[in-house]
Design a protein around this ligand. Structure first.
Ligand code: ZN
Length: 157
């Protein structure tokens, strides 16, 4: 059993029928890529992928480690979620995110990049307004039109 982050799902051609993976709801919500979403939802139904939510006490440990390593300001709540799930269950994390890998190391969590997990795809990350759905580049924080918060999304190129 391994924990997948969004880059782990989108950058690799994982065979969900053979391996068991864990993701969080926050990872699922970052998947804008329609084909990836369909594959993940089918895998959730067949229990090849299991949804888990992070526990507060483990989230706290992950945040403390991310503060120590200096990565916290650049990490999303999804990054923290998957690390908390991996820490609680003593699992390997599959992520291409350097900061996730760095904090994983600090916590003694094993990680793999998607190079070990099949063919790589390039990803496009952007943000989407929670209010009106308008797309923004990653640097933006608030919607210029309606003032709502922006959430991170990813799709394959
Ligand atoms: Zn908006």
């Amino acid at each position: 059993m391994k924990v997948l982050d969004t880059s782990g799902i989108l950058r690799s051609d994982l065979d969900f029928s053979k391996n068991k993976y864990i993701i969080t709801n926050s990872v699922l919500s970052e998947l804008l890529d329609e084909s990836a979403r369909v594959a993940v939802e089918a895998a959730l139904k067949s229990k090849s992928i299991i949804l888990a939510e992070p526990r507060e006490d483990f989230l706290k440990k992950v945040k403390e480690a991310a503060v120590k390593t200096g990565d916290i300001s650049e990490m999303s709540s999804t990054d923290l979620d998957i690390l908390a799930v991996a820490l609680e269950r003593n699992l390997v994390v599959i992520s291409d995110d350097y900061r996730v890998q760095n904090v994983a190391s600090a916590l003694g969590i094993e990680f793999e990049t998607t190079i070990h997990e099949g063919i790589k795809h390039k990803l496009k990350w952007f943000k989407v307004c929670e209010g009106c759905g308008r797309r923004y580049p990653m640097e933006s924080d608030l919607c210029e039109i309606c003032g709502s918060r922006l959430k991170k999304r990813a799709m394959r190129l």
